[in-house]
Design a protein around this ligand. Sequence first.
Ligand SMILES: NC(=O)c1ccc[n+]([C@@H]2O[C@H](COP(=O)([O-])OP(=O)(O)OC[C@H]3O[C@@H](n4cnc5c(N)ncnc54)[C@H](OP(=O)(O)O)[C@@H]3O)[C@@H](O)[C@H]2O)c1
Length: 258
Amino acid sequence: MNRLSGKTALVTGASAGIGEAVARRLAAEGVHLVLLARRRERLEALAAELGSTRGVRVSAYPVDVRDRGGIQIVAQHLESQGVEIDILVNNAGLARGLETIQEGDLDGWDEMIDTNVKGVLIMLRTFVPAMVKRNRGHVVHVGSIAGHQVYPKGNIYNATKFAVRAINEALALDLVGTKVRVTSIDPGLVETEFSEVRYYGDADRAERTYAGYTPLSPADVADTIAYVTNLPDHVNVLDLVVLPTDQRNVYVVHKEGV
Ligand SMILES: NC(=O)c1ccc[n+]([C@@H]2O[C@H](COP(=O)([O-])OP(=O)(O)OC[C@H]3O[C@@H](n4cnc5c(N)ncnc54)[C@H](OP(=O)(O)O)[C@@H]3O)[C@@H](O)[C@H]2O)c1
């Protein structure tokens, strides 16, 4: 049964990877979309494609989730257009570097904390009040298995994803008594641009992350988001860990031939 058709979802980080796959999957279910990310061309191309092939309304906002003022302008514009957000997918995020804390790069730390934690909070503070007012809606965080267990040199990225899990649980408590649902989808290894971003464009090193086993695809993660958001209103999945079969915890991965 399709309970999603006709709803509107806002997806952050929709220009690539998991966010793009979520946009594609939800559009296929008849969900209207508001897409956010920094890379304008990619975002606008995706919006044009999904608008024409899926017959849903798609708007694209090239904006940084760290930019409070920019997010405020997006919210005001949506309000002026009469757009109500039924599903907020807080997906934009990144890792920078893989070093010990004692050798870590402070700029990378700022980027991770400001995007993965403060960006998520800015989105919640901006879009959750209208959900409370309407007494309906669904917030989906894209957390990580890295928010359940620390791995060597994962340190600050782990800390941001532990924070996302805490924020997810805290929001669920803060919204008690409302019909607004709150979910964290926590994937293991997913083959996206994530590792290339982590290694500052080193494509060879990034490729090695996914060698010797079958990682999740962005579409696998999008499927789980379509599943939880399509459940009946009285059912809320609080936290869902999704791993490739070859991965058993955050750092135990069965690899062959590498
Ligand atoms: N890949 C994995 O193995 C994995 C596993 C577990 C969880 N995750 C989580 O999944 C989420 C998506 O990552 P991904 O794997 O799909 O990586 P990705 O392919 O690099 O995509 C990241 C997306 O986030 C956007 N983004 C990054 N910083 C942003 C900012 N400041 N403002 C707005 N948008 C921003 C990027 O777009 P622009 O660059 O155009 O802004 C891009 O669309 C992240 O939260 C990540 O932590 C990933």
